[in-house]
Design a protein. Structure first.
Ligand SMILES: *[C@@H]1O[C@H](CO)[C@@H](O)[C@H](O)[C@H]1NC(C)=O
Ligand SMILES: *[C@@H]1O[C@H](CO)[C@@H](O)[C@H](O)[C@H]1NC(C)=O
Ligand SMILES: *[C@@H]1O[C@H](CO)[C@@H](O)[C@H](O)[C@H]1NC(C)=O
Ligand SMILES: *[C@@H]1O[C@H](CO)[C@@H](O)[C@H](O)[C@H]1NC(C)=O
Ligand SMILES: *[C@@H]1O[C@H](CO)[C@@H](O)[C@H](O)[C@H]1NC(C)=O
Length: 401
């Protein structure tokens, strides 16, 4: 080291000095361990401040570098709500979660609406990664028991994070959604393990809105709500190899709530399994909305005892009664190909209920074989659905041409 410095001193050539510095600067210059910033990892003391300090150091690292925040293994870090905001100087940041991160229970949160527990905002080139060992635990039980869900935070939110990578994490018992992705372009999300009881309210696995070019693959999700929900402003999402259940399936929507104009297009769901889910693949919209959901493919999907395997519901209206409206979100070009398995449906296994004024068009079903455990229930039901079906069990004779 000293030798190198001397050498640089003698040569006094700027580029060489720079080169030597880079070589001498150990990885500790770009790696920020939360325990070096005061995090105790004892599971009792709040470590949020230490997390935010480590983040600030990594984020403020000199222009163009790559830096890393580490949450080390073998410890449990109790953190209150934390915000990791950009824009950062560093070209990219890795947030490595090897240990466990646990939220405070409901009682410690007070009554203000915090919105989210762990919040990444406006960070370019962010990777949040783990090795599948640490757990991100929202202590959701304390919220679900509370009854009133209106203030419950999303466990982990990514907002306006382009070129995002999330993988190798275990999420459990979120207060509300486990992960929300909003306003992010280009994201790869893989190898996540998300679990919450089937009865837990609003615990979506991954909730997406206003985002494009997402790739979600190889995740196991057991939740009390949608495994994946795709909301307005979203396009080009490729979802594959997801095991969902229990949960409410993979949903596009709900779209068009309170007259909203929503647009969703280019959604491809492939090689996914739904095991004892309430729904399978679903498109849902409210009466009175506007916009569209189009160019959607569900292919090679397996159902095991799913309650409602295939649904288009343009009369979505939970917990209340809604009047039918003149406008609606237009659903078109939806292809279902290679759907197999069993359904617990008491009624229809395939239910395509489209708007009277804005019917569904270009609905294609081919190679479908879904057996209902109740022989009488294995039916297809259509309202205002136009398209074609080939090689389908149950027979789908209700589509209009
Ligand atoms: C980066 O450093 C500046 C100046 O010290 C400070 O104002 C800013 O808040 C820091 N950014 C973060 C994310 O901590
Ligand atoms: C996502 O994965 C693709 C294919 O492996 C890769 O080309 C792309 O750079 C990745 N993007 C991000 C943001 O990680
Ligand atoms: C889906 O499964 C088929 C058949 O096993 C395979 O050919 C295809 O590559 C798979 N696609 C993805 C994205 O996993
Ligand atoms: C079953 O189907 C009938 C006929 O379409 C419908 O009136 C009824 O509401 C359905 N029941 C359920 C539980 O979906
Ligand atoms: C189909 O879905 C519609 C809209 O939710 C519902 O009203 C109807 O009862 C369902 N029909 C069957 C046969 O399940």
């Amino acid at each position: 080291m000293v030798y190198l410095l001397l050498l640089c001193g003698v040569v006094l050539e700027l580029s060489i000095v720079k080169c030597a510095r880079t070589r001498l600067g150990s990885s500790s210059d770009t790696t920020f361990d939360v325990t070096k910033f005061g995090a105790t990892g004892n599971g009792r003391t709040d470590d949020a401040k230490a997390f935010e300090s480590a983040w600030a150091a990594a984020c403020n690292k000199s222009l163009g570098t790559t830096s890393k925040v580490i949450v080390p293994s073998g410890s449990t870090f109790l953190v209150s709500s934390v915000k990791f905001a950009g824009p950062c100087n560093s070209r990219s940041i890795t947030f490595e979660i090897l240990g466990s991160i646990v939220a405070h229970p409901r009682e410690a949160w007070g009554n203000e609406d915090v919105g989210e527990w762990i919040f990444f905002h406006q960070v370019e080139g962010l990777s949040v990664v783990g090795n599948g060992q640490g757990v991100i635990d929202g202590q959701g039980d304390s919220w679900w028991r509370h009854g009133d869900q209106s203030n419950s935070p999303t466990a982990m939110r990514f907002s306006h994070c382009n070129n995002l990578h999330v993988s190798g994490l275990k999420h459990m018992n979120s207060q509300r959604n486990h992960i929300s992705i909003n306003g992010c372009n280009h994201a790869n999300i893989s190898n996540l393990h998300i679990t919450a009881p089937g009865t837990s309210p609003n615990t979506d696995g991954i909730d997406i809105s206003s985002s494009t070019n997402l790739n979600i693959q190889d995740c196991v999700m057991a939740t009390g709500d949608d495994c994946i929900a795709i909301n307005g402003g979203t396009s080009s999402v490729f979802i594959s190899r997801i095991t969902c259940g229990p949960g409410h399936g993979i949903s596009i929507g709900s779209l068009g709530k309170n007259g909203k104009h929503d647009e969703v297009e280019g959604i491809h769901v492939e090689n996914c399994s739904f095991i004892r889910t309430q729904n399978g693949v679903r498109i849902k919209s409210w009466q009175g909305g506007a916009g569209f959901a189009k160019n959607i493919v569900f292919s090679n999907i397996n159902f095991e005892s799913a309650d409602n395997p295939v649904i288009i519901d343009q009369y979505y209206c939970p917990h209340q009664t809604c009047n039918n409206k003149v406008s609606g979100v237009k659903v078109s070009n939806v292809r279902y190909s290679g759907l197999h398995g069993t359904s617990m449906a008491k009624n229809a296994t395939i239910n395509l209920s489209c708007s009277e004024t804005v019917p569904c068009t270009g609905i294609l079903l081919d190679n479908v074989n879904i057996k209902s455990v109740d022989a009488h229930a294995s039916l297809a039901h259509c309202t205002n659905a136009h398209g074609t079906a080939h090689a389908c069990t149950p027979a789908i004779n209700c589509l209009k041409s």
